[in-house]
Write a protein that binds this ligand. Structure first.
Ligand code: SF4
Length: 250
């Protein structure tokens, strides 16, 4: 093992549990990007469309452990066709030490490095990763109590979103809208309040849908899908807060 000039480990001991790699994606940030989906998540959302990525890595679900070297080699195969990479999940920020080293390598090739995250991480402990990350695509799950929606037993505030906005690191903000499991109105209001001063950041309000979900999940959300009218009300609410860059996805 040796350390680079910043003291980061440069050996093969650091590995990333990779669930799947999509070489070319145009829905994981601006431009054509290689999307890397990690295995493992710190939440358990009722509407999760990738529940197979939630369990921590184990030997039975087909993921592969990749070193920085192996991942860089794979990404470079796609380099002529991409603007950068986006690491998603599962929850990418669980692997902050690996990602810092990966991003520092990837940026040597003039590719940008984005993270798609649920924002459930420790702000202070993530400074080294934030420093080398070009942008974040974030899910605001629910303001306040998150237990019913995600299983997380402490409330969510928007402290990290606020700080990342101030650091000009936010690319896109999304909220998946579902009745009963979250405080929809407060979540949209509080998020809009913050975003109104950042007109380049789009806020996407996504109506929860049950396509591709298990029967168990479909049963849970069946009666809690907001109507089109409700989605419009939420959009109007955000606009009353002064937000202009907002899109509804039904
Ligand atoms: S944060 Fe994303 S991957 Fe994790 S459980 Fe929620 S929807 Fe699924």
């Amino acid at each position: 093992m040796y350390l680079d000039e910043d003291g980061d480990q440069m050996n093969n001991a650091l590995t990333l549990p990779v669930h799947r790699i999509i070489p070319f994606s145009n829905v994981d940030g601006p431009g054509n990007r290689t999307a890397i989906f990690v295995q493992g998540c710190n939440l358990k959302c009722v509407y999760c469309h990738n529940p197979e990525t939630i369990p921590k890595p184990c030997n039975s679900n087909g993921y592969r452990e990749m070193t920085v070297k192996a991942l860089v080699e794979e990404i470079l195969k796609y380099k002529p066709f991409i603007k950068g990479i986006t690491v998603s999940g599962g929850e990418a920020t669980l692997y902050k030490d690996f990602l810092r080293v990966l991003f520092k390598e990837i940026k040597k090739y003039s590719l940008t490095c984005y993270i798609d995250t649920n924002l459930i991480f420790d702000w202070k402990e993530h400074q080294n990763l934030i420093e080398v990350t070009d942008g974040y695509l974030v899910d605001i799950k629910s303001y306040g109590n998150m237990k019913t929606l995600t299983g997380l037993s402490y409330p969510q505030d928007l402290f990290i979103l606020k700080n990342l906005l101030e650091a000009e690191k936010i690319v896109e903000v999304r909220t998946v809208c579902i009745e009963y499991y979250m405080d929809l109105v407060t979540t949209v209001q509080k998020t809009a309040e913050l975003l109104k001063n950042y007109p380049n950041v789009e806020y996407k309000l996504i109506r929860v849908h049950h396509r591709g979900l298990s029967l168990h999940q479909r049963t849970k959300i069946a009666n809690n899908i907001p109507s089109a009218e409700k989605m419009n009300e939420l959009k109007n609410l955000a606009m009353q807060e002064g937000l202009k860059n907002i899109t509804i996805i039904l």
